[in-house]
Design a protein around this ligand. Structure first.
Ligand SMILES: [Zn+2]
Ligand SMILES: [Zn+2]
Length: 274
């Protein structure tokens, strides 16, 4: 029988809401066989997930999700691409160092975002964003929930309405410093891990893929994935909420064609609104 797997979900060590132990318990109850915690830009939750996995007898694989810029040949703008990494050495120094660096950049970015929100008329302090003791990762969901707690907005979703607050041009101008997709794949590889392209269907919403047919989208994806394989890509997340069944079939065909691993991920974050 095929294994029940989820190779992509987030804990409160990045922008998820649940503790790694709670997540492992949830997957055990749902009768999963193999799971991988893939927090954004960090590996701090893995040890806890693995200990829970051993206790509950469910296989937990080390994972991470990295945000990257993909400067693809023939495209004038970078494609916003996410790379998942698996089965790397969690004690790899370069990887740990890079995660620390990204965390420091995030702090700078969050301070800028606080300024933007203030200029829009909402007074928030850095402390207002912190929701648990020892929290290191702060992202836009923390801003949205802080705005609700402060009574500035009624619902979490209001913070993400087009053109407003966290989606305002000013907030969007606060850019992430990202590594290139090649750097991300190399970082995972040098730590003994396997780089996998996350949710390629999400590319369809990016400017460079707007207004083209599904057929052309998959033709372009084929070329891009072939290109990435040359720089070390080892797999494609073919099954993800962003992919309809027929999309997954197309992704599967491309992965097969280039002898790449096929993975499945839910991208579960818990309930972000609470
Ligand atoms: Zn992602
Ligand atoms: Zn994700």
């Amino acid at each position: 029988m095929e294994n029940k797997v989820d190779y992509h979900f987030h804990s409160y060590y990045s922008d998820g809401t649940m503790k790694p132990t709670e997540l492992v318990k949830k997957y055990k109850e749902e009768k999963y066989d193999i799971i991988a915690l893939t927090d954004h830009d960090g590996i701090d939750g893995i040890a806890e997930a693995m200990i829970a996995g051993e206790a509950l007898e469910i296989q937990v694989v080390a994972g991470i999700e990295l945000s990257t810029d993909f400067f693809a040949p023939g495209y004038s703008e970078a494609i916003d691409a996410h790379i998942l990494g698996y089965q790397f050495d969690v004690e790899n120094e370069k990887l740990i160092e890079k995660c620390k660096e990204i965390m420091a950049e995030r702090r700078v970015r969050n301070e800028k975002l606080l300024k933007v929100i203030k200029e829009l008329g909402y007074e928030l302090q850095y402390e207002d964003l912190i929701e648990r003791k020892g929290q290191k990762y702060i992202g836009k969901p923390n801003f949205a929930r802080a705005l609700v707690r402060k009574g500035y907005i009624d619902h979490y979703s209001e913070a993400f309405e087009p053109g407003k607050l966290l989606e305002s041009p000013e907030a969007k101008a606060v850019k992430k410093v990202k590594m290139t997709i090649e750097e991300a794949m190399e970082l995972i590889k040098q730590a003994g891990g396997i780089p996998v392209l996350a949710h390629p269907m999400e590319w369809a919403d990016q400017p460079m893929f707007k207004g083209i047919s599904k057929e052309e989208f998959f033709e372009r994806l084929d070329v891009l994935i072939r290109h990435l394989k040359k720089s070390g890509l080892k797999g494609v997340e073919c099954y993800h909420p962003s992919a309809a069944d027929e999309d997954s079939m197309e992704l599967f065909k491309i992965a097969q064609k280039y002898h790449l691993h096929v993975t499945r991920g839910s991208d579960f974050h818990g309930d972000l609104t609470k």
